[in-house]
Ligand binder design. Structure first.
Ligand code: URA
Length: 251
């Protein structure tokens, strides 16, 4: 992936690039500098600043996004979490899988899908010749564990949605697979039954989106695994079509 200068700095943890309007000594210590996207010109002081909570989530790169989520107090789920769980995987993925929210094990380990449902997800990935670190990113509708592993409330998903939206904008996967109803609600804002949404190609910001069952549901309903496999094959076809269409675009 070729990165812009700003993206490279972000990967190194030294963005946003801040350029002071005036010499630093002319400003009160509390005055916010202006974030700019173009490279700083010579002789203009460049400082790395922690992202203030007032900086919009949709402008954050990975280091700031990670820090913002880790410190998030936007909904009551923060009160009982051990840690927020942003996501895991390749930052230049073909596939993005979105689950519901961290469970007890994820809350401890800080990584999504590390419990029984995660083992099944890993097996599903392996069946597609994929792995969570290779062309795959795994995230969740909410980043903090709902107490007792209950389904996240609509207000909690709404509070967390900007993070997921920013992740998708940064990742630009070639296909998004929504695992279960919470993920469908978070990305497609749709509350219809999964059965009625499976097998259809949706779009989010021009990216194909496919709906399937959550692995935890599949563990309780083993015969449905065949349907999930069909959904993954459908997602792979959508990905290949998107990739083929993309490669035909003029450079
Ligand atoms: N279930 C989810 O939806 N996400 C996880 O990270 C783990 C279990």
């Amino acid at each position: 992936m070729s990165l812009t200068r700003e993206q490279m700095l972000a990967e190194m943890g030294i963005t946003p690039i801040w350029r002071l309007r005036e010499a630093a000594s002319d400003l009160p210590a509390t005055e916010a500098p202006v974030a700019v996207s173009e490279p700083p010109v010579a002789a203009v002081p460049v400082i790395a600043a922690p992202p203030a909570a007032s900086v919009a989530v949709d402008t954050l790169y990975w280091p700031e996004l990670t820090a913002r989520v880790a410190a998030c107090k936007a909904c009551p789920l923060c009160e009982q979490r051990k840690q927020a769980v942003l996501g895991v995987g390749d930052l230049d993925p073909d596939w993005l899988f979105v689950g519901e929210g961290p469970g007890a094990e994820e809350d401890v380990k800080g990584e999504p899908f590390v419990g029984q449902a995660g083992k099944l997800l890993d097996n599903m990935l392996a069946a597609l010749d994929l792995a969570r670190s290779n062309k795959v990113y795994i995230g969740n509708a909410v980043k903090c564990r709902p107490p007792g592993n209950r389904t996240p409330e609509a207000t909690e998903m709404a509070a967390c949605r900007p993070y997921l939206e920013r992740q998708i904008a940064l990742l630009r996967p070639k296909v998004i697979v929504l695992l279960g109803k919470a993920a469908v609600h978070a990305v497609l804002h749709d509350d219809k039954s999964l059965a009625s949404l499976r097998g259809k190609r949706f779009e989010y910001q021009g990216i194909p989106v496919v709906v399937t069952y959550h692995p935890a549901y599949l563990l309780r309903n083993l015969p449905e695994k065949a349907k999930a496999w069909e959904d993954l094959l459908f997602a792979r076809r959508c990905l290949r079509e998107a990739a083929a269409a993309g490669s035909q675009l003029p450079l």
